[in-house]
Design a protein around this ligand. Structure first.
Ligand SMILES: [Zn+2]
Ligand SMILES: [Zn+2]
Length: 202
């Protein structure tokens, strides 16, 4: 029987298998960087990005990986905080690291890669709505906390007060059993800098 721990690209050439498949938390993200990164992938054959993206976080603890030669690692700009792994063939985005994740967690946007286990949990907040391209936005819930930005200390504090976000946006308390996403990124080696202009619509 197939183990239910796999995140892979849509063509099946590359992917990772997790030691811990329980989603730690999820958010809906409207940031321009996620959208731009997926638009870049779309130009290469990937799927068209939505304006708000379901984003879910897992422990950065990888049991196994396959298709390393099909993986490409990208930064939107030289000084980017996010590192994204795509399949070179189908341009699925299979994993995202961010400096704020402290090698404790990593993120996926499940609509843009494949999983063989449940990755749907209720989102804890809607973030980065300042980057949403439309003026009036319908959200699925009218009680979920929304964040226009996180540039002010009050907003960051309010974001981190939503459990269990602060726990996971901190260095890990227990060591990964397998390799971390950052270990995998260094195995892939080279980071391709896309040199995209911040906020530019592709
Ligand atoms: Zn692929
Ligand atoms: Zn985002």
């Amino acid at each position: 029987m197939e183990i239910k721990n796999k995140i892979s690209c849509s063509c099946g050439k590359c992917g990772i298998e997790l030691n811990d498949t329980s989603p730690k938390y999820s958010v809906m993200c409207a940031c321009e960087d996620c959208r731009q990164a997926l638009s870049w992938a779309e130009k290469n054959g990937g799927k068209k990005p939505k304006n708000i993206l379901y984003s879910v976080y897992f422990r950065s603890d990888i049991l196994n990986y396959f298709g390393l030669e099909s993986m490409v690692v990208t930064h939107l700009q030289e000084d980017a905080s996010s590192t994204r792994i795509y399949c070179k063939n189908c341009y699925s985005c299979i994993a995202v690291d961010h400096t704020n994740y402290h090698n404790n967690i990593f993120m996926i946007q499940p609509d843009y890669c494949k999983q063989n286990f449940n990755v749907q949990i209720p989102p804890k907040s809607v973030i980065n709505l300042q980057d949403h391209p439309e003026d009036f936005i319908e959200l699925d819930s009218d009680t979920i906390p929304v964040f226009h930005s996180r540039k002010y200390p009050q907003e960051r504090k309010r974001f981190l007060s939503i459990e269990p976000i602060a726990e996971y946006l901190a260095p890990p308390k227990t060591k990964a059993k397998g390799i971390t996403l950052r270990d995998l990124i260094s195995k892939i080696g080279k980071i391709e800098v896309l040199d995209l202009i911040k906020g530019e619509v592709l």
